[in-house]
Ligand binder design. Sequence first.
Ligand code: ZN
Length: 189
Amino acid sequence: MADAGQVLEEERDPREEALRVAALSQVRQYPDPVLKMQAREVESFDDDLQRLVERMKRLMKDAYGLGLAGNQVGILRRVFVFQPGEGDSLALVNPRILERSDESETDQEGCLSMQGVRVPVERALSVTVEANDPDGGELRLELTGLTARVAQHEIDHLDGVLILDRTDADSRREALAVLRPQPVLGASR
Ligand code: ZN
């Protein structure tokens, strides 16, 4: 089962759980307005960008996320990090989807900015993404399956688009019932 924002809950030791709660407290939560805003292109590949990428990778890992976008840490820059399968996490800067497969698939997605919510979202089964790496080098990635889903989810974040905007009306209504009223961050989970 794909879950683009978040790894399924599993047995976690207390230290990992403490790290997860601490990481989530640094991730902007719905309905924070920054999640609806358009991120800007990155122009300088400087030390600030390297630090941002390292911070985002750490937060994603600690929070058991599969991806994390700039908006979610309050930075309106076109950067996201993701975990492609088993290898090291990757950072994509100024990503663009060049091609989407005609074939699509609907599956459940979660989001680190919407705790406790999973909704069905239709995504292209594969995408070709062009981006810069954090040093300014050029990348072109052919992504399929869950990795393609995560990339589409994160690029949506950079455009201020959330899974609530992509799901059906009933699922949206149910998700909003979970999201309101807002729990105090980190208090209950
Ligand atoms: Zn998300």
